[in-house]
Design a protein around this ligand. Sequence first.
Ligand SMILES: O=C(O)CCC(=O)C(=O)O
Ligand SMILES: [Fe+2]
Length: 365
Amino acid sequence: MMSDSSYLDHRSTFDHDGYLVVENLLNWQNDILPLVFEYEKLIDALAEIFLIEAEVVDKNQLNSLLDNYPKLDFPDRFATLIGASGGRALHHLDPVLNIYSPDYRYRRDLPSAQIPSLFDFVRHTKLLDVIEELIGSEVYASPIYHINIKLSNQHLMKAESTAKITHQRSPAEDAFYNFQVGQTRWHMDAVAGLSDSLDSRIVNAWIPITQANQENGCLMVIPESHQLGLIKEIPPSIIDKSITLEVKPGDVVFLDNKILHASAPNNSQDEYRWAFNFRYLPPKQSCGRPFLPGFIARSRQSPETELCNSYLWSSMWDRALAYVTNNGVPYTYADLGEITYHQAKTFTEDWRRLTPNHNSWLNLH
Ligand SMILES: O=C(O)CCC(=O)C(=O)O
Ligand SMILES: [Fe+2]
């Protein structure tokens, strides 16, 4: 149900429906544009690096790719980055998902993807005010966050052709390619975490950066499906009950960790559909990925424990991703379903002991 923040009780709507749309929560100019501006710069820097690194046989061809790049519009630039990196730029931009890609390897030599404006966005007061209504005054920002830029067919083809020119593998071979830039299949976020997080009150803030409509790949949800318990294979009879959520930049969709959702395919001519999603939970509960760094985003009880410094956040990520690359991911994606609740709980507690605060993340080797 669409709700206006002024007249409906957010918490009861969220608890009942399993999701909540707050329209016009954020302001494009003040709240969203600064992040878009910096994030596009990051994408452009990565594109230049991957193009220069690519084995283009013909130097003239490389120069014309580089010369042409700034003239391209955003989806063409993003598709160029994806193609020139054989999809691996997505590993850098969205490590949380891609640490499970078979060839994931953190590249410390690239500019950090955990940019200050992203950190500031995760901590945005307007987001945290709604999160506080939904989960209470103590808020931990989960390390699980994603970026999904869904490309039209035209731009997916551009990624393929750039991969050919730059002698990269087809980006479509990448493990999570479709999930990230194509159509996200039906799932509940809860299945991607260790089982000790199943009872955590995790709220996902899904934030559109562009319009998201039925044509370009908006979010689809099955209202009240968060009450069905853990579902891995979703029967068609349930999917029949799905609805589409058409939203605009400034609106924010809050999702229960167990609500079934997916994205529609991007069937538009040349639009891209860009959204971030960030997860929040009460600090004492399990986030499902204890070996990645979250932080206290808001604490009314102990405000001094809030992490406010974006550079410390980037460094925590740097250490954690280097650690995962050097020591291996503690468990595979396929293991997730096999690990018992008890094993998961012990694993989370061990990591908590190892990393009680941000300084301890900085100490990881
Ligand atoms: O952005 C989308 O379309 C869906 C993303 C999603 O479901 C996720 O990241 O868990
Ligand atoms: Fe999801």
